[in-house]
Ligand binder design. Structure first.
Ligand SMILES: Cc1cc2nc3c(=O)[nH]c(=O)nc-3n(C[C@H](O)[C@H](O)[C@H](O)COP(=O)(O)OP(=O)(O)OC[C@H]3O[C@@H](n4cnc5c(N)ncnc54)[C@H](O)[C@@H]3O)c2cc1C
Length: 306
């Protein structure tokens, strides 16, 4: 018998070309069947030898799951679109530049070209980037199964670490990002390993030199990313050229309401202080961008810093 990790266990690979067929396969094979998109997480699970997956349903051949399109007041990102394609989508970068920024920094070239945004959200590994920016955008996810289709807010979808509201027979068909453009945006993260220790997304508008409709989301420090209403209220209506003292106070207030957990990426106290710093930094960046009308959004596809 080979050691865990050495070889893949045997399973039946299904490669449907129609969504209805894929849904039927998941329904027929029950919990022993898993969706396969980029495989960057699933292959690790299979190699661990701890799963009892007997059927793997590849969704990359399904029409619509690998496209990005505009419809019904939103940009829709197919459930099997790779991170690199999300990062390079020009119209999406205009509406959701913080998402593009997060996608450009994610993992490494291999993960960005193979792994998908849908797989990232469905796996719900807490040390992820895109969900944090998508929460700030009030994004929604669309799910389909033989029982029908439904749409959930991302906040409803994300339940806990490695846990979502998706039923085992449901396929995430697309993610909806509302066509709501913000004057200022930022996504900042701190990482010393492959995945981030903390990530913060800020979106805001500028009205008469002050912030308006501020959105702050914090990810990686707990079981799932969260919006932080206390921080959003504290940052509402502040001058776009607010000084460091005010921004740092808002950062501290934002972090104070959160409950970081200690894990391999750092102890809880450290993550709390890190979050306060990143919130202040993200607010400074977003305010600066909002205060410079016409400031170019980051170039789609250009590499970002770690
Ligand atoms: C070295 C490394 C570094 C990484 N760094 C980062 C990082 O910095 N930031 C970050 O956010 N992430 C990071 N990741 C995670 C990476 O983003 C995810 O591995 C990838 O996006 C998962 O997508 P996938 O298509 O490979 O999913 P898969 O491995 O194919 O699937 C993952 C899970 O989601 C399910 N699933 C996939 N697609 C669907 C669907 N459409 N409908 C229903 N269920 C589905 C699968 O059944 C499986 O349970 C890293 C991963 C690695 C290996």
């Amino acid at each position: 018998m080979s050691a865990p990790g050495a070889t893949l266990p045997s399973f039946d690979l299904h490669r449907p070309t129609r969504l209805a067929e894929a849904c039927r396969l998941l329904a027929d094979h029950g919990p022993g069947a898993q969706v396969y998109a980029g495989g960057t997480e699933l292959l690790l699970v299979l190699r661990s030898g701890l799963s009892d997956i007997e059927h793997v349903v590849d969704v990359k051949r399904l029409a619509g799951l690998t496209s990005i399109w505009r419809s019904g007041g939103a940009i829709r990102i197919g459930g099997a679109v790779a991170h690199a394609k999300v990062a390079a989508a020009a119209e999406l970068a205009q509406i959701a530049p913080a998402l593009a920024e997060a996608e450009r920094r994610l993992g490494n070239v291999r993960v960005r070209s193979t792994g998908t945004l849908g797989g990232n959200l469905c796996f719900a590994e807490p040390h992820g980037d895109p969900a944090t920016t998508l929460l700030a955008h009030d994004a929604r996810v669309a799910l389909e199964s033989v029982r029908g289709a439904r749409t959930l807010s991302l906040d409803e979808f994300l339940v806990a670490a490695l846990e979502t509201a998706r039923e085992p027979d449901e396929i995430l068909t697309h993610i909806e990002v509302p066509l709501r453009r913000f004057d200022g945006f930022a996504y900042v993260r701190h990482t010393y390993a492959e995945r981030p220790t903390a990530g913060v997304a800020v979106l805001l508008d500028a009205v008469d030199g002050r912030t308006h409709d501020v959105r702050i989301a914090v990810g990686c420090i707990g079981p799932r990313p969260l919006r932080v209403p206390a921080g959003e209220q504290a940052a509402e209506g502040i001058p776009l050229d607010a000084g460091d003292d005010l921004l740092e106070a808002i950062g501290a207030e934002t972090a104070a309401g959160l409950e970081p957990i200690s894990d391999a990426y750092g102890p809880a106290g450290y993550k709390g202080r890190l979050t306060a710093t990143l919130v202040a930094r993200a607010l400074r960046q977003a305010c600066a961008r909002a205060g410079t009308p016409g400031a170019p959004a980051p170039r789609p596809g250009s590499p970002g810093p770690g």
